[in-house]
Design a binder for this molecule. Structure first.
Ligand SMILES: [Zn+2]
Length: 163
């Protein structure tokens, strides 16, 4: 992650957006149970940009001079497009930069040996490179499968949007 990249704090309604931003490599704090007060406090403490779908919360954040951005709920692709323009986000998937969508921890590349027993045998046979979440409490493992292709497709469509 580059030092000048925006870091985000995402409200409970925008979990899918939080996971996508993490996959793109952005540092995203997301706790579905956090209420407005907690989000405002955390935004003030951390300097993260608060992404919210709640107009009232957005207004409260703005009144406190916090960095906040109002997201239209229910259209993740639209939100990604708007965010990419507003914050100059890259919309390309690079596992060297990706963070674990579940826990926001950077990933580490591993080979077949480390992946053994953690992925289905058919995947182990076909793939040579894997990425594991560096958080030992999570340890989720990823590989470039059909899901990966779908994500790339979606990102391409989002990039091609205009306006
Ligand atoms: Zn993780």
């Amino acid at each position: 992650m580059k030092r000048d990249e925006p870091r985000f704090l995402v409200d409970g309604m925008l979990g899918s957006l939080a996971r996508w931003l993490r996959m793109l490599g952005y540092d995203v704090e997301y706790k579905s149970e956090w209420e407005d007060e907690r989000l405002l406090k955390e935004a003030a403490r951390s300097g993260r940009v608060l992404l919210t779908g709640d107009l009232e919360l957005y207004r409260r954040a703005s009144r406190k001079a916090l960095r906040a951005y109002l997201v239209k709920v229910g259209d993740r692709d639209e939100a990604l497009h708007k965010l990419s323009e507003r914050f100059r986000l890259r919309l390309t998937l690079n596992p060297k930069l990706s963070r674990c969508p579940l826990c926001n921890t950077p990933l580490k590349p591993v080979g077949k040996r480390e992946a053994e027993g953690k992925v289905p045998p058919s995947v182990l046979r076909r793939k040579r490179r894997f990425w594991i979440c560096r958080n030992p409490g999570c340890g989720k493992i990823y590989w470039k499968g059909s899901h990966w292709d779908k994500i790339k497709d979606t990102l391409r469509k989002v990039s091609d949007r205009r306006g």
